[in-house]
Design a protein around this ligand. Structure first.
Ligand code: ADP
Length: 314
């Protein structure tokens, strides 16, 4: 069942459409990875869903409640972990979480329980009385997460939660995303780190220039990537004659000597193309010591769809 629905959503800044008729459904129980280069419109979309930005066209619903008509019902169901830290250095860790708990209408014993639970969840129970001014960047982010989950929301949105933090905190955050999901929360996870999104998500959407250009499970996306096969071959020598014969083969799309005695080859997917390649090597007396198949990734797909690279160039 779909928990979140973006229907033809538009956000305009001056004359440019930062979000351009975005339609997207997020199903209950999934970890949805929203991927795209910087400026693609991920944060703007997330902020409209969380009620921090108004919607200029279309609508977004959460469990059927519209962000336009029932913003409070939507907010109650959402925990947003924003990209920029939203914690107060003058308050202790526990006071920070308490502040947000009050905003969600919690009080009394329940409030104290949920604050303790949230701090424990992010591994900051021993720091409850410490002020975040003394925390590392990763600890601050974890406190930020505690502030967003203490009301046990159905939907948790994490906007680039691992930017600029140490590997240990990063792993802690990724692990907590998995745990929150197992405990029943649906997760939207935005990032421009494709490896991270590939590793953690059950389904992925890729945005570019305000639009969703593709979405699906990782397997579905792989299938879209075409049927070419990329191989790395380590050989004992390479001869010009062999390379020339390989280049002439109709089902071998390319072959390149990327390092001494290492060939990178792209084949049309067919058993015969690989057999023919091995036959050519054998015929020229070239010994093969290792053959590795390169798995296509989301970077390959983005490049195919847009002709541009997904990687952060900053
Ligand atoms: P992402 O999160 O994918 O990096 P954003 O949603 O932050 O992308 O930005 C999408 C586009 O909207 C960018 O081109 C950005 O420059 C523009 N944009 C975002 N916020 C504003 C703003 N307050 N005023 C004008 N343009 C904005």
């Amino acid at each position: 069942m779909s928990l979140v629905h973006f229907k033809e959503v538009v956000k305009k800044y001056d004359t440019t459409l930062s979000v351009n008729h975005l339609s997207l459904a997020i199903h209950e129980g999934e970890i949805f990875g929203l991927l795209g280069p910087n400026g693609a419109g991920k944060s703007t979309s997330i902020h409209m869903l969380s009620g921090l930005l108004s919607v200029d066209g279309g609508d977004i619903t959460v469990e059927g409640y519209s962000v336009r008509k029932a913003p409070l019902e939507v907010k109650r169901r959402i925990g947003l972990v924003p990209q920029d830290l939203a914690i107060y250095d003058s308050l202790t860790a526990a006071e920070n979480v308490t502040f947000f708990a009050r905003l969600y209408g919690l009080g009394g014993k329940l409030l104290r329980e949920r604050v303790a639970e949230a701090l424990e969840f992010v591994g900051l129970q021993d720091k409850a009385k410490a002020k975040p001014g003394t925390f590392s960047g990763g600890m601050k982010r974890r406190l930020n997460i505690a502030c967003a989950i203490m009301h046990r929301p159905k939907l948790i949105i994490m906007d680039e939660p691992t930017v600029g933090i140490d590997p240990q905190s990063r792993n802690h955050i990724l692990e907590s995303v998995r745990t929150l999901n197992k405990l029943g929360s649906t997760i939207i996870y935005t990032s421009h780190y494709m490896e991270e999104v590939e590793a953690i998500s059950t389904r992925v959407g890729i945005m570019d220039r305000g639009r969703l250009i593709v979405s699906g499970t990782k397997e579905e996306l792989r299938r879209q990537m075409g049927q070419d096969e990329q191989l790395i071959l380590e050989v004992d020598r390479i001869t010009e004659e062999a390379m020339a014969e390989i280049a002439r083969h109709p089902r071998i799309k390319s072959a390149e000597e990327t390092q001494p005695r290492t060939l990178q080859v792209v084949l049309e997917e067919s058993a015969t193309a690989l057999q023919d390649l091995l036959f050519i090597l054998h015929k020229h007396g070239i010994g093969l010591s290792k053959l590795t198949r390169i798995e296509p990734d989301l970077e390959t797909l983005f490049l195919q769809l847009t002709g541009r690279s997904l990687r952060d160039r900053s």
